[in-house]
Design a protein around this ligand. Structure first.
Ligand code: NDP
Length: 603
């Protein structure tokens, strides 16, 4: 990857930028759907079988009526990390609540064949040093990550109080008692001193609203509810149940890229229905040397995580410790993922340099397709024509190779705006019907906001005030964590906070922050609640500092990154996550008491 010091001249030498822009516009325009996000439908409702948990049988239990110190909604890494840090801060009764049958969040639900994390395990998997564990592979398999989540819950003693297969249905602050009353869909009524909401972002599977989708009589499921009873095998592959089946996979995003090589290997025939090709770079996964960790000084994981975060967001690093596809393309991602803008050059110079670097990267990615895929027509269809960060970059050493198999057919649906319709027995694109026995949807997820923002989880704060009413004009938080009028309630996620492709790291920093504030509140016998002025000031700050990426997004091919072509400004702390974490550390040492009110004097 070229550096920022390279001149326009040598970057632009072999790039016809006007022709490339025209090609990108053309490819975007033939994929834009007038319905935007309305083209999708929920995987729940009459598609009830998608909503079922295929991994854990439902168990009846008596409703709980008890009291805990902290109740954490969501048992993915955000919830687990916060619970772990609250345990370290001295809280005794900590209750995780999750709709899933166990901990793990996204790693609980997504168990499809080929699942791996595309961020290096040494910086993605939290608390490796605390637990004395190491991933077996540089890019860890999903099942190993799920087992790591279980190990965290065991290590911090989180299972005895946890409630699974349970959805929190209401939160109500009891002014007289200074605690929350939590109600669930299992009839529980639980009192909690603190409530933490960590509901994740890509959690609700979505389906394309293909005409006739409900008429298909073959077998069908979404990748996040993999049906191993039908396919056989495991996340390592060996899908013996597909050997006599004609299988369709719809979707070629980050999930499709991991699933398709396994289905291609085992199905009698695989049809891949593609609307937009992913940009697929080299992976180079390999086993990790178990001895490596012996030679590391304590604190190695924190240093490695900090180094990765700094490298991908354009902060100076002496040495790139990770050195992979993310760090080498940081210049292309940092603005569009983390909101970080290089202020050292003029806007025009920055934009043109970024565009030329982007063109070089995408040319490499397109050249790789020609190198790997034998059939020139198929290769042409697999080339992505958009800028690198318009969609989630993918990495695989097996995906493109799958299209050289005689039992695999790529069906491009760009000209028809996706699949035309479905029949009882197959998939129709244009005038052609492809009869299939099984249809697998790798069609992604609704970009979830916390149920607090959608209204799915009503929250009543001081004096019975509804949080959604207070947030009519947008969320009102200090640093994204807490709001006036809603004491001892904490939010995790990217709302008015920071963002990074290694979101597990962001969640880890949030967990530490929340635990530090709770520890201080315990020490002082206080409740946690920012003042209205501090929250208003933070909302103003975020609006001012957030990078405006709407021009870039509007020129992108549609996808969930740009609301299917309906762009909006994303509010995030654009000086970047490294600076945001510094800001939080400073705030903790100088201003932490600003959010504490002694219980007797509550506002
Ligand atoms: P995506 O939303 O990225 O992809 C959905 C796919 O379905 C796209 O290829 C889309 O095409 C296609 N699609 C949707 N509707 C139709 C239609 N009507 N006809 C044909 N195709 C259609 O979902 P994923 O599950 O792949 O990934 C979601 C996110 O999950 C990733 O971006 C990433 O953040 C995360 N993830 C992370 C991984 C990791 O290793 N860390 C691994 C896997 C996922 P089109 O592009 O044209 O809309």
């Amino acid at each position: 990857m070229a550096t920022s010091t390279e001149t326009f001249e040598n970057l632009s030498a072999d790039i016809d930028i006007e022709a490339l822009r025209a090609k990108y516009r053309h490819e975007r325009d033939r994929r834009i759907r007038p319905e935007g996000l309305g083209q999708y439908r929920s995987a729940a409702g009459e598609f009830g079988y998608y909503a079922k948990d295929p991994y854990t049988p439902f168990t009846e239990r008596e409703p709980r009526q008890d009291r805990v110190d902290a109740l954490v909604i969501g048992a993915g890494f955000g919830g687990l990390l916060t619970a772990a840090r609250l345990r370290e801060a001295g809280l005794e009764r900590i209750r995780l609540v999750d709709e899933a049958g166990d901990v793990g969040g996204t790693w609980y639900w997504n168990r499809y064949p080929g699942i791996h994390c595309d961020i290096e395990g040494s910086v993605y998997l939290p608390l490796l040093e605390e637990l004395g564990r190491m991933p077996s592979m540089r890019y860890a398999p999903g099942e190993e990550i799920r087992q790591h989540a279980i190990a965290i819950a065991e290590h911090y003693g989180l299972y005895p109080d946890a409630l699974f297969q349970t959805r929190v249905s209401q939160l109500e602050w009891l002014d007289a008692e200074n605690e929350w009353q939590v109600e669930t869909d299992r009839g529980d009524r639980i009192r909690a001193q603190y409530v933490v909401v960590s509901q994740g972002t890509l959690t609700q599977p979505k389906l394309p609203g293909i005409p006739g989708i409900e008429t298909f009589r073959g077998h069908t499921f979404h990748t996040s509810r993999w049906d191993y009873a039908y396919t056989g095998g495991s996340a390592d592959g060996g899908l013996a149940g597909l050997r006599d089946k004609r299988v369709a996979v719809v979707g070629t995003g980050a999930t499709g890229v991991q699933v398709i090589p396994h289905v291609g290997q085992d199905a009698a025939h695989l049809y891949v229905f593609q609307r937009t090709p992913s940009a697929v770079d080299v992976r180079g996964n390999r086993p990790l040397d178990p001895q490596w960790v012996q030679g590391q000084e304590p604190g190695w994981q924190r240093r490695r995580m900090d180094n990765f975060l700094a490298a991908i967001t354009g902060e100076p690093v002496e040495e790139d410790l990770i050195g992979d596809g993310w760090t080498s393309s940081s210049r292309l991602q940092r603005t569009y993922l983390s909101g970080v803008v290089d202020q050292s050059v003029s806007e025009a110079e920055r934009e043109l340099t970024d565009e030329l670097l982007d063109a070089h990267k995408m040319n490499q990615i397109r050249a790789r397709v020609d190198e790997v895929v034998a059939d020139p027509q198929t290769a042409e269809l697999l080339k992505p024509w958009y800028r690198y960060m318009c969609k989630r970059p993918c990495f695989s050493d097996y995906y493109l190779q799958t299209f050289n198999r005689p039992n695999v057919t790529l069906v491009d649906t760009a000209d028809t705006g996706g699949i035309t319709r479905m029949t009882e027995t197959g998939v129709v694109v244009g005038e052609t019907e492809y009869p299939v026995d099984c249809l697998i949807f790798a069609t992604g997820f609704d970009v979830g906001m916390s149920g607090i923002v959608t209204g799915a989880l009503p929250v009543l704060g001081r004096n019975g005030v509804n949080l959604l009413q207070t947030w009519r004009g947008g969320p009102q938080t200090l640093h994204g964590f807490y709001s006036p009028g809603f004491p001892n309630l904490f939010h995790l996620g990217s709302m008015q906070n920071a963002n990074s492709v290694n979101f597990a790291h962001i969640l880890g920093e949030q967990a530490e922050h929340i635990a530090a504030v709770v520890a201080r509140a315990q020490e002082k016998g206080a409740v946690v609640e920012p003042s209205a002025q501090d929250a208003q000031q933070w909302v103003r700050t975020i609006a001012e500092v957030s990078a405006d990426t709407t021009k870039f997004q509007s020129e992108c091919t549609p996808g969930y990154y740009n609301g299917e072509g309906r762009t909006r400004k994303i509010l995030t702390f654009s000086p970047g996550p490294v600076k945001f974490h510094d800001l939080l550390r400073r705030w903790r040492s100088e201003q932490i008491d600003d959010v504490l009110t002694p219980v007797k004097e509550t506002r």
